[in-house]
Structures are given as structure tokens and as C-alpha cells.
Design a protein around this ligand. Sequence first.
Ligand code: BMA
Length: 380
Amino acid sequence: MLKKNLIIIGLLLSMSVNAQISATADPNATPQTKHLFGNLVKALPQGILFGHQDDLAYGMGWTGVPGKSTVKDAVGEYPAVYGWELGNIELGDLHNLDSVSFDKMKNYIREGYARGGVITISWHANHPVTGGNAWDTTHGAVDAIIPGGARHEIFKLWLDRVANFMLDLKTENGELIPVIFRPYHEFTGNWFWWCQNACTPDEFKELWQFTYTYFTEHRGVHNLLWAYNPEKFETREQYLERYPGDQYVDILSFDMYQYGDPANSDVFETSLHHRLGILTEIAKEKHKLPALAETGFLNIPYPQWFTQKLMKGIGDHALSYILLWRDGGYVNGSEKGSFIPSQDHFIPVGSDPAFWDFQQLYRSGKFLFQKKAARLKLYE
Ligand code: BMA
């Protein structure tokens, strides 16, 4: 009898620990959103979901070809994570800042979800005071849009347009599609109006908390997991300096790109490893999911970058997902950029050495693409 009671107590205890671990920040998150979070936590030991920005919309030398995907062209299957971008939606535009139509984006999102994939969305919002773009770092923007600020009411209209998009992400059965929402990203940089050079930690936290509360309580948006996403940091204090609080965040992430000549420097992989150490430790303590939300090496001029730099930097850290940035787009205004080896990457795909290195990453078994991700049944 005593043994039976002990077993029951043990079971109840482990259930409550699991409930705590698998809880979304939003207590009213839709069932599919809660399942996604819980299943991603469970999947951590199984590998890292592999993602790509704008994968279905265009790539090097193509745009809008139904069913096409740069990742599928390279390794034979779709990615597990699909990244999309909302910049300009706040203005009421029909296309985002990279010319992807929002209607088409909704369909790509439905396609990815139907394949069992994960959707993540970033938002390069325009400057709410000057009318400049996201890279306009004129100070005072955050101060002007938080409650009490001169542009607060206008900013609510911007949030409404983003919220409308999220609420329109429905399957044919009317089921809301869960999204990892990653607003105000790379805030430890100095290139966006919400970055650390242009607002105080308290202003940033208030912006985040207001956005979260406006979406969940005022607009009834409950299909989001919220991703906190600095760029550079060296210590856990720096990582958490602008953290709005556990009740507003589901995913802990950061962005990190390779720059310079990797042949002469190990800074990328050593810093990546160091930062992932901090990230995974905090994520464990807070029962959040760790992710590398953006990474890549523009045009992959170092062919072993995937295995010798990216995978080396990741090492044995358990991450929920990584996301490579968009292919075939224009980076920094004019330069044509590619982050995944593709048929149009300089030379025919088979003779591109970075292509073979990317195959090694695929075959390493450390990463989950569409087929394995679908087997996880992330939404059930
Ligand atoms: C940046 C660049 C820009 C793009 C923006 C939003 O990193 O790729 O060209 O407009 O992301 O997708």
C-alpha cells in the first residue's frame, strides 16, 4: 500500500514538473500552441530543427515557383522551420519589405504547417516617428510608442495590423496556426530603432510587455510563442539586461552571423559555443526553449563553414532550432545574398564545395528536416 502511494505521489510530482516545463507564457494559448511548446521541449534530445527564411517564396534565380524550396533542392526534403517577415505590414502594404505578398505568405505558412513544420515570424517595423525604415536609429522611437508616448495610438494601429495577420493564419478547418513571434530582434546591436543605443532597458521591457499584453488581452491573439532575441552578449547579465520577464517569453534565442575570413579566425565558433552555453543554461533554469534564431555566412565563401564553423560552434548544445537567413535576397541594400548552397550559387550545385559540406550537415543526424519533424507530431 505504502509502495503504491509512493508511486502515485511520484507520478503526480513528475506530472507537475512536466506541466511547469511545458507551460507557455500565455496561459490561454491555443491547444496547438501549447502542444508545439511542450513537444519542442520533449524533442530537445532528438536534434535541432533546421530552418530557412523565405524558403518557399524565392531563392537564387527564382521566385514564386509552386512547391519549390532551396533546402529541398539541396538535400531532398523541406526544412523543419519556416521563417517569414512582416516588415511594412504595419503601413497597410500588400507586400513586405522584401516584396513578398502577405497573401502568398499566408498560403506558404499554411503549406509549411500542413507538412508538420514550425513557423517563425520576424518584424522589421518602420521607424514610428520619422517614417524611416527599421534601420533608422533616430532616438526616441520606443519612448514615443509606449503608453503615454506621443505616437502610442498610431502604434496600436500598427500592432492591430500585425495581430490581424496572426489571427488570419488559419487552416481550412479554422484552426489557428501557431507561430514563434520574434519582434524587436537583435536589440543588443546598434542598427534598429529598438536597439540598445536608442532606448533604455526599461523602455525596451515596457515595449515588449505592452506588445504582449495588447496582443493577448486586447486582441485575443493566442497562437504565438514569444521569442526574446538579442544579438551580441558575453555574459548572462548582458543576455538578461532587457528581459521583460518569464511570463512574457517562451523562447530564448540570439542571432549570430559569420563575418571576416574563417580560415584565419576561430572567433565565430568559439563565441557561438560560449553564447550557446549561457543561453542553454538560462533556458534550462527558466524552462524556456533555446534557439539560434538567425545565422549564416553570406555566399558561403568558406566551403567547410557548415561543418567546421557552425556545427563546431554548436557542439553538443541541445537547441530547439536554428534558422539560416534568406537566399537570393538583397542584403545591405544591393548585394545578392545566399546562405544555403543552391543550383544558382555561382556554379552548378554538384561542383560547389559548400554544397558537399552542407550534405555532411544533413547526414550528420544532428538536425531534423521536414520528415523527422513531421514524425514528432508537434501539434498533437
Ligand atoms: C535583413 C536583410 C534585408 C531584409 C531584412 C528583412 O537581414 O536580409 O535585406 O530586408 O533582413 O527580411
